[in-house]
Design a protein around this ligand. Structure first.
Ligand code: COA
Length: 322
């Protein structure tokens, strides 16, 4: 009998503080219209000083558990995707495990930058399909605002904070249809954030902040996401018309529109949260998925394509029958 992993519940969390384009324009040479026209972003959420990747993950996780009517003690696998962990170790997944009072589970983090939640979903799906897990919690949680250089107008306009969660459970009914993850380490210099404490002496200068050659990243992202869409459809013997919803990583509206065009999808079938959240890195796809599930756009039985692209470069997709 084929075992699937199925989405049992979703959750999300956005910090209360909202930072507008106008506010950013007060500190760097940019404008609301430039940011909105080039990126599609108007606002982003900023975590409060007391918040952490783990605290935001907890709120998102509890929502997903509640949506699925699942007791934390039933969780046997916790995978957290984050590029902004509070600790080097223990992992954010272990901190979350403690917060949720879960005793018997494997918990670990994955680092795949903005593609992290797709990587985590893919790993959890393999565990469930092979019988290694029955209920897995997948979280993307990021405090990008703490690794953004707020004097760099090329990056500080883009990023925001938040956490998204998905609870997957073993099922005989179709759920996750396929996942596809890839990376190419050749592109280190186009997008990176060095750890200031562990990087070499020669590379201390820009350590601790997101560095990006935005225009070059943009071009690779558009091409790569086009390819992953083809790969996903082919693997499932599906046509473009079989997809009901596209839930893309929220980096730039022009990248999202290029992927939608490739799929011949109307923007009405694309979940866009970018305008009010910016790029929340590994949290973005799960936050968008959660939003569209909760507001009733994504319905049970529909086919949803999740995709992401990030530093590394890393990229991936998940095709889900919700
Ligand atoms: N406000 C005003 N002008 C800005 C600006 C800002 N915030 N940021 C850059 N500019 C300027 C540049 O200095 C440049 O000026 P010049 O022509 O005088 O040299 C001009 O705008 C064009 O810069 P460019 O970098 O080519 O702009 P762009 O259209 O590529 O937009 C990004 C910049 C960052 C919005 C865009 O490249 C992008 O979104 N890239 C992908 C980012 C991404 O997806 N990252 C995460 C992957 S997970």
């Amino acid at each position: 009998m084929i075992r699937y992993s199925k989405v049992l519940g979703t959750g999300g969390y956005l910090p209360a503080e909202i930072r507008t384009n106008a506010q950013i324009s007060e500190t760097v040479d940019t404008s609301d219209s430039w940011i909105f026209e080039r990126t599609g972003i108007k606002n982003r959420h900023i975590a409060a000083p007391h918040e952490s990747a783990a605290s935001m993950a907890e709120t998102a996780a509890r929502q997903a558990l509640e949506a699925a009517n699942c007791d934390p003690s039933d969780i046997d696998l916790i995978i957290v995707a984050t590029g902004t962990p509070e600790y080097v170790y223990p992992s954010t997944a272990c901190l979350l495990q403690q917060r949720l009072g879960i005793k018997n589970a494997a918990a670990f983090d994955v680092q795949a930058a903005c593609s992290g939640s797709i990587y985590a979903l893919s790993i959890a799906d393999q565990f469930i399909k092979s019988g290694g897990s029955k209920k897995a919690l997948i979280i993307g949680t990021e405090i990008c605002s703490r690794i953004v250089d707020w004097t760099d107008r090329g990056t500080c306009i883009l990023f925001g904070d938040g956490a998204g969660a998905v609870l997957l459970g073993a099922s005989d009914e179709a759920g996750v249809l396929s996942t596809h993850i890839h990376s190419d380490g050749e592109y280190e210099n186009l997008l990176y954030c060095r750890n200031p404490q562990t990087t070499t002496a020669e590379t201390q200068d820009d350590a601790g902040f997101i560095n990006m050659r935005g225009n070059e990243v943009f071009k690779v992202a558009v091409n790569t996401l086009g390819r992953i869409v083809d790969e996903t459809l082919e693997a499932n013997n599906m046509a473009k018309e079989d997809i009901d919803w596209l839930v893309p990583h929220q980096a730039n509206i022009r990248i999202i529109m290029a992927t939608a065009k490739k799929l011949k999808m109307s923007m009405d079938q694309v979940v866009v949260t970018l305008e009010n959240q910016g790029n929340t890195s590994s949290a973005s796809v799960l936050l968008a998925f959660n939003e569209a599930v909760r507001d009733g756009r994504i319905k049970r039985g529909q086919v949803v394509l999740l995709e992401a692209f990030g530093a590394g470069f890393t990229w991936g997709s998940a095709l889900i029958k919700y």
